[in-house]
Each structure stands twice: as structure tokens, then as C-alpha cells.
Design a protein around this ligand. Structure first.
Ligand SMILES: CC(C)(COP(=O)(O)OP(=O)(O)OC[C@H]1O[C@@H](n2cnc3c(N)ncnc32)[C@H](O)[C@@H]1OP(=O)(O)O)[C@@H](O)C(=O)NCCC(=O)NCCS
Length: 195
């Protein structure tokens, strides 16, 4: 896959001032974000087995321990058929997306961006690239499950054109509900809509 440059149309000041998580960041995190932002050299490419340790680090930064995928699970994704696994790289690996395609239907199974690289467009770029990749594999729809209270992810998916299809009670465990979102008619690459 051709590397996709992202973030070059975004300024450092507007991103920092609108980031609701910035007050929780350490100065090291902020410095890393600034490096990523200034570099504007984030690229997206197919993940390989050498990326596994970096992907597992993203898992640890993105999900509570009980929800993290194991090394074996990720090995299965990297080696499996009909899988699309893409990583976003700046100086380091800052995000990963994983989709599975079966005929005309694709499932978006995992998306995670390193905390220091959030609100820079990395997640959106990964979803756009992932959807584009499965479209070329013949998918016409993409479905995903997302935690009912995962507002950042729901906002991202909705901005990219995913629509709510259903809700599933206790999907992730007692009291942990999920929304089922779907993107229909993958005729054209997805574009970000205005909030
Ligand atoms: C969800 C996640 C992947 C978003 O990645 P990201 O790189 O920060 O997303 P983007 O910068 O592309 O954000 C795109 C849009 O999504 C929405 N969004 C993203 N994070 C948000 C937040 N914390 N609060 C509100 N809206 C948010 C905004 O509309 C944003 O656009 P804007 O920055 O111009 O306002 C990231 O927060 C993450 O890894 N979370 C932990 C793992 C996870 O929950 N994965 C999804 C499982 S289904």
C-alpha cells in the first residue's frame, strides 16, 4: 500500500487547544505529539510480523488488560487469510487497524492509536486506508462493534460515514453494551464529514 501522508493540513496550535485529554498528558507525551505533528511524515502500510511488538505496545496503551488481544491473537491476524492489517508510522508505530473480509462484507475488528498521537488524524487515516483496502478486495460494506460509551471511537466512525445499525446489551460483559455500526456502499473512498 502506498504510504499516505496525513496531518499536514493541521496546525499545532488548534489541535493542542481542542484536545480534551491534553491536561492529562505528561510533558514527554506532549513533546512526542509535537514531534509527530511537526514531522507530518506519518505513513500507512501493511503490517508485518516484525511489527508485532509495537502492535502489542499499542494494545497496552489502548485497552484495559482484560480487553487486550494476546500475542497469539495478533499473530493469527498477521498470518491469517482475508485479513487487512495496517500500521501508521511516524518515527515509531503510532496506530494499527485490523479488518477481515469475507466476500462483500468486511468487519473492522481493531483500531488503536497511541495516546501521544491521538487527535492528529491518525485513527481517521487508518480507517480510510482500511476501508479503501477492503473495497479493493471486493467488500461493499464494513461493520464493527464499539463500546456504547466509547465516545471518541463513535465520533470518529460517524464522521467517516458509519451508521448505527443495532445495539447489543451486555455484548462485552454485564452492563457493557455495544453499538453495531455499518458503512454501506463502498463505491468511493470514505471522506470525513463536517462535525
Ligand atoms: C478511537 C481512537 C482510535 C481515535 O484515534 P485518533 O487518531 O485520536 O482519531 P482522529 O484524530 O482521527 O479523530 C477523528 C475525529 O474523531 C473524533 N474524536 C476522536 N477522539 C475524540 C475524543 N477523545 N473526544 C471526542 N471526539 C473525538 C473527533 O471528531 C475527531 O476529529 P477532530 O479531532 O477534528 O475533532 C483512539 O482514541 C484510540 O485508540 N482509543 C483507544 C482504543 C479504542 O477505543 N479503539 C476503538 C475500538 S472500536
Amino acid at each position: 500500500m502506498t504510504p499516505e501522508a496525513i496531518g499536514s493540513d493541521r496546525t499545532s496550535t488548534d489541535r493542542t487547544s481542542t484536545d480534551p485529554t491534553s491536561s492529562n498528558r505528561t510533558s514527554t507525551d506532549q513533546a512526542s505529539s509535537d514531534q509527530i505533528r511537526k514531522a507530518a511524515q506519518i505513513s500507512i502500510s501493511s503490517a508485518r510480523m516484525v511489527d508485532l511488538d509495537a502492535i502489542l505496545a499499542l494494545e497496552r496503551g489502548g485497552f484495559p488488560e482484560s480487553e487486550q488481544w494476546s500475542r497469539r491473537s495478533w499473530e493469527g491476524e498477521l498470518l491469517g487469510e482475508r485479513r487487512t492489517v495496517l500500521v501508521a508510522r511516524a518515527h515509531q508505530t503510532v496506530g494499527v487497524i485490523c479488518l477481515q473480509t469475507v466476500g462483500p462484507a468486511a468487519d473492522l475488528q481493531r483500531l488503536v492509536v497511541a495516546p501521544r498521537a491521538r487527535r492528529l488524524g491518525v485513527g481517521s487515516a487508518l480507517v480510510r486506508a482500511g476501508v479503501d483496502a477492503v473495497r479493493h478486495l471486493g467488500a461493499r460494506t464494513v461493520m464493527l462493534e464499539v463500546g456504547y460509551e466509547n465516545e471518541p471511537a463513535i465520533a470518529l466512525y460517524q464522521r467517516l460515514g458509519f451508521e448505527q445499525r443495532a445495539a447489543r446489551a451486555d455484548y462485552y460483559g454485564p452492563g457493557q453494551h455495544a453499538l453495531i455500526l455499518k458503512m454501506y456502499d463502498l463505491q468511493d473512498p470514505p471522506r470525513m464529514t463536517e462535525p
